[in-house]
Design a protein around this ligand. Structure first.
Ligand code: G3H
Ligand code: 13P
Ligand code: ZN
Length: 354
């Protein structure tokens, strides 16, 4: 068993100047694809499950799956993370089901739609961090609301995310507020807002600094050089995946994601966790469509799922290699959660904010 906390993994990533992709899963095939990619290039892994994934797959199924993946791939440190926890209960039940890390996303209220006040965010994130740290689990907070700098819209696309128009003061994390937030909440990692959003439709053109504000990341890193930064909405929405989907009956309008080279630039500026879901979905869906179109008589789901897993595996491996994650799994000696809890209790894991 090599279940690792987010904090230990990102500390290692910071010490060795690499980033770690955090891939979302909803099912066994995605879990296996990620772990096969990690094994092929010796990369430590962050797997994350959204509330939607937990509803889809069932908590017990997810918990047993993580246990199984850790057993099948004992040499790969595996962090299991709650993506976008909306309240204390979501985070605590995740930990109870074996997650080693949670995101308390207090940038939105509990409905996951209404932008929250700074005070609400600090209050709930601080509470979750103190509870999670008692048992050695890690906590990611979020300051700033994800959404498009082009349109000022949140993200209705996936059925969650801020509703209504947002201004730039909401869509871009304020660096001074970030310092105060980390100090007060004691989070292990901080998700920031810089113009990225979830889903495939992030940008109407290849993003420049106007619509993808990497300068915000740089400014936050200058003030918080020891804080692990997290980039959400970091799918690159590769043209070739759009083309595969559209060549086989899909009708995705032309769109642009976050270029891999911008993420690599972010990693040099303190980004340590890079959230990717859409690219994996697209890699799999492209193969479902291809197989369905090319083999109209096919009815064995495995004939669809196997090429889909292979495509997702290859995408994950590309990201492990691009972000510098590859080659590090075997260098990490996992610290058990109970020992992490002692370190939080004695103050040795308190964030450095001065
Ligand atoms: O948070 C965004 C992730 O892509 C998860 O999406 O809520 O549809 O599972 P989901
Ligand atoms: P993408 O939709 O860009 O893959 O982002 C996923 C994410 O941020 C999950 O929290
Ligand atoms: Zn996200």
């Amino acid at each position: 068993m090599a279940l690792i906390t987010l904090r230990q993994l990102l500390d290692h990533a910071a010490e060795n100047s690499y980033g770690v992709p955090a891939f979302n899963i909803n099912n066994m095939e995605q879990g296996l694809a990620i772990m096969e990619a990690a094994k092929a290039c010796d990369a430590p892994v962050i797997i994350q499950a959204s509330r939607g994934a937990r509803n889809y797959a069932n908590d017990i199924m997810l918990a047993k799956m993580i246990e199984a993946l850790a057993a099948i791939y004992p040499d790969i440190p595996l962090c299991m993370h709650q993506d976008h926890g909306n309240n204390e209960a979501t985070c605590m039940t995740a930990i109870r089901h074996g997650f080693t890390s949670v995101m308390m996303d207090g940038s939105l209220e509990g409905d996951a739609k209404t932008p929250a006040s700074y005070d609400y965010n600090v209050d709930i994130t601080e509470r979750v961090a103190s509870m999670a740290h008692w048992v050695g689990a890690s906590v990611e907070g979020e300051l700033g609301v994800l959404g498009s700098l082009e349109t000022g819209e949140g993200e209705a696309e996936d059925g969650h995310g801020a509703v209504g128009k947002l201004d730039h003061s909401q869509l871009l994390t304020d660096p001074d507020q970030a310092v105060a937030f980390v100090k007060k909440t004691q989070v292990d990692a901080l998700a920031i807002a810089c113009g990225t959003s979830h889903g495939a439709y992030k940008f109407s053109r290849k993003p420049d600094g106007e619509i993808l504000a990497m300068s915000v990341i740089e400014a936050i890193h200058k003030k918080l050089p020891d804080t692990h930064l997290v980039m959400h909405g970091s799918s690159s929405v590769p043209q070739e995946l759009q083309d595969i989907i559209n060549a086989h009956g899909g009708a995705m309008p032309q769109t642009f994601g976050v270029p891999v080279e911008e993420i690599v630039r972010g990693i040099k500026m303190g980004v340590r966790k890079v959230n990717i879901d859409t690219d994996c979905r697209m890699a799999m869906t492209g193969q479902f469509r291809r197989v369905a179109e090319e083999n109209k008589a096919e009815f064995d789901p495995r004939k669809f799922l196997k090429p889909a897993m292979d495509a997702m595996r290859d995408l994950c491996r590309d990201r492990f290699e691009a972000f510098g994650t590859a080659g590090h799994a075997s260098k990490i000696k996992v610290i058990p959660m109970d020992d992490m809890a002692k370190r939080y209790a004695d103050g040795s894991l308190a964030p450095k904010t001065n």
